[in-house]
Write a protein that binds this ligand. Structure first.
Ligand code: TRP
Length: 327
C-alpha cells in the first residue's frame, strides 16, 4: 500500500456501534501509525438526508468527535475537523459538479436504494443526487489517496476515481486515484442477522451498558436448524458466531465444535460472547466518560483541526481554480 495521505469521514447521525468499530474504526486507529491522517465529521452529508430535522446535528457532531477520541483517534497525530468548517470543499464540489455526468450519479447503487428505502423522507433533491460529488471533493481537497471505509462505500470511491480520471484528462494530471482501505474483519451482522445499522434497530452500541449488551447478544438469531439444545448447528449460519470471529479468536475451534456437536446450548455460547463484548467495550466506555467531563473538548479539537487543514485545502483549491480558468 502506498504512502499517500489517509482520509475518512463519518456522517454524524447518532452514536456509533459495533458495525462501525469492526467495519472501519479500528482500522482508522491503526492507520495513524502508517501515515498522515485526516478524519472529518461530514455534517453536510448528514444534511442531505436530515435537512428537514437538523436540530440534533450539532449535538451529533460533538458526540462523534468524543466517540472517535475514546476509540483512539489521536487529535495530536491526526487532523480531526468538521466538513462545514472547510468551505473550500463546497466550492470544489461546484467545480467537480461541472464535469460529472448525471448518468454516473443516477447509476450509483446507493442512490436508487436510498430513494426506495427512505420513503418517509423527501430526498429527491439536487443535494442528495450530488452526495458522491461532495464525497469526491472531501477526498481530493486534501489529496487523500487511502480511504478507510466500510464495503458499502465502494461505489462512491469508484465514482471519485472516475471523476479524477476525467479531471486529469480535461485539465492535465492533477490528482491521484484514491484507493479504498477495507477492514480485514468479517462483516458484523446485527442481532437480526441483517447488516448492523441504526435504522434497522439491530445494533449493539459502543455505549450500551453490560446488561443491555447481554440482552442484545442473547437475542441474536442463530442457525434455525438448532431448535433445541440437542440439535447440532452450523456456526457459519449463526450471527453470534460472526461476532465470535472477532471477539473469541483464541477459542474459535472449540466454539464451532461445540455448536456442530451440540456440545453446548446457544445460551452458553452467547453468554461467553456477551462477556467478551462487554470486556472489550469497557476501556472505551471509561475513556468516553472521562472525556465528557471536559466541557468544550470536542469543539476545541475541531477548531484546531480546521486550522491545520485550511492551508492544504487552499493550496489544492487554487490549483483547481487555475486549471479551470477561474484564477
Ligand atoms: N459517505 C460516507 C458514509 O456515509 C461518509 C463520507 C463522506 C466519506 N465523505 C467521505 C467517507 C469521504 C470517506 C471519504 O459513511
Amino acid at each position: 500500500m502506498g504512502k499517500g495521505r489517509i482520509l475518512s469521514g463519518y456522517r454524524p447521525t447518532g452514536r456509533l456501534h459495533l458495525g462501525h468499530l469492526w467495519g472501519n474504526l479500528r482500522r482508522m486507529v491503526e492507520l495513524q501509525e502508517e501515515g498522515d491522517c485526516y478524519f472529518f465529521v461530514a455534517d453536510w452529508h448528514a444534511l442531505t438526508t436530515e435537512y428537514q430535522d437538523p436540530h440534533k446535528l450539532r449535538e451529533y457532531v460533538e458526540e462523534m468527535v468524543l466517540d472517535w477520541l475514546a476509540v483512539g483517534l489521536d487529535p495530536w497525530r491526526s487532523v480531526i475537523y468538521r466538513q462545514s468548517d472547510l468551505p473550500q470543499v463546497a466550492e470544489f464540489q461546484l467545480y467537480l459538479s461541472m464535469i460529472t455526468p448525471l448518468g454516473w450519479l443516477e447509476r450509483v447503487p446507493t442512490y436508487k436504494e436510498q430513494l426506495e428505502q427512505l420513503k418517509n423522507k423527501d430526498i429527491a433533491t439536487h443535494g442528495f443526487l450530488g452526495y458522491p460529488v461532495l464525497q469526491a471533493a472531501d477526498i481530493l481537497i486534501v489529496r487523500g489517496e487511502r480511504v478507510p471505509v466500510g464495503e458499502d462505500q465502494l461505489p462512491h470511491l469508484e465514482l471519485t476515481r472516475e471523476i479524477v480520471r476525467r479531471f486529469n484528462f480535461l485539465y492535465g494530471k492533477t490528482f491521484e486515484e484514491p484507493q479504498a482501505v477495507l477492514s480485514p474483519s468479517p462483516r458484523i451482522p446485527g442481532t437480526d442477522g441483517r447488516k448492523m445499522s441504526k435504522s434497522y434497530e439491530n445494533y449493539i452500541g459502543l455505549d450500551d451498558e453490560p446488561s443491555l449488551v447481554r440482552e442484545k447478544v442473547l437475542s441474536m438469531v442463530t442457525d434455525p436448524a438448532r431448535r433445541t439444545r440437542r440439535d447440532p448447528g452450523e456456526p457459519e449460519r449463526c450471527s453470534a458466531f460472526q461476532l465470535h470471529k472477532v471477539y473469541s479468536v483464541d477459542r474459535l475451534e472449540e466454539i464451532a465444535g461445540n455448536c456442530r456437536a451440540a456440545g453446548w446450548g446457544c445460551v452458553e455460547c452467547k453468554g461467553l460472547l456477551a462477556e467478551r463484548v462487554i470486556e472489550d467495550l469497557l476501556p472505551f466506555q471509561r475513556k468516553r466518560r472521562e472525556l465528557e467531563k471536559e466541557p468544550g473538548l470536542a469543539w476545541e479539537v475541531l477548531r484546531q483541526g480546521k486550522e491545520r487543514v485550511q492551508p492544504l485545502a487552499d493550496g489544492v483549491l487554487s490549483e483547481v481554480r487555475r486549471r479551470m480558468g477561474i484564477d
